[in-house]
Design a binder for this molecule. Sequence first.
Ligand code: PRP
Length: 211
Amino acid sequence: MKYITVALAKGRLADFAISLFEQLGFDCAEMKTKTRKLIFTDETHKFKFILVKASDVPVYVEYGAADMGIVGKDTLLEEGRNLYEMLDLKFGACRMAVAGPPSMADQLHTSHNLRVASKYPHIAKNYFQIKKGQTIEVIKLNGSVELAPLTGLSEVIVDIVESGATLKENGLEVLETICDLSARLVVNRVSAKLERERILDVVNKLKGLIE
Ligand code: PRP
C-alpha cells in the first residue's frame, strides 16, 4: 500500500493538528518529542507526516509531495494555490484585520497610497484594491508587524488578530475586519481521486471529531 503523506504547519497549529490525528488512532508519539526530525511514519496505517513551515504546506500539497495538509486559511488566501479545501477544522480561530492607531480610523477610507505593512501582501493588496478600490503601497514584513505603525514605517497593518492583546499592548486597534480564519484540511487534486477512499475516510473521521 502507498503511503499517504500529510503536511502539517509548524507553529501554532501543529499541536492541534497532531492531537486530531492522535484521536483518530494514528501514532504521533515521536512527533510530540523535541526531535529535530521532520518526517514521521505510522507503519500501521501507512501514513507519513511532515512538519513544514506554514506557507510551504500549500506548496507541498499542490505539487503532490504531500497528499493532504493542515494549514491556516490565512496561508491559503495568501498563497492562492491550486488544491482542494475540504474541511474547516474550526481550531486556530482568529481574523484577518486592518489595524492601526485609533487616529487612522477616519483617514482609512480617504487616504491615497496608504502604506500598509503586512506578512500577507497579497491579502492586503486584494482587500484594498479589489474590495475597496483604494491603491496602497504594501510593505512586506516577516514578523512583529505591529511595530510598523509605531515606528512610522507604515500607516496601518494587515495582520492576524487572535486575542487582540498584541494590538492593545501597543496602542493599536482593529479598524476593519477582512475575514474570519481557522485551520483547514487541504487535499491534492490528483490524490483526491487516486486515494479517494483513504482520504475520505480521514476527512469523515475528522468531521466527526469536530462536530
Ligand atoms: C501573530 C500576529 C499578531 C499576533 C496576534 O504573530 O501576527 O502579531 O500573533 O495575536 P493576539 O491577537 O492574540 O495578540 P506571531 O505571534 O505569530 O508572531 P510574529 O509577529 O513574529 O509573526
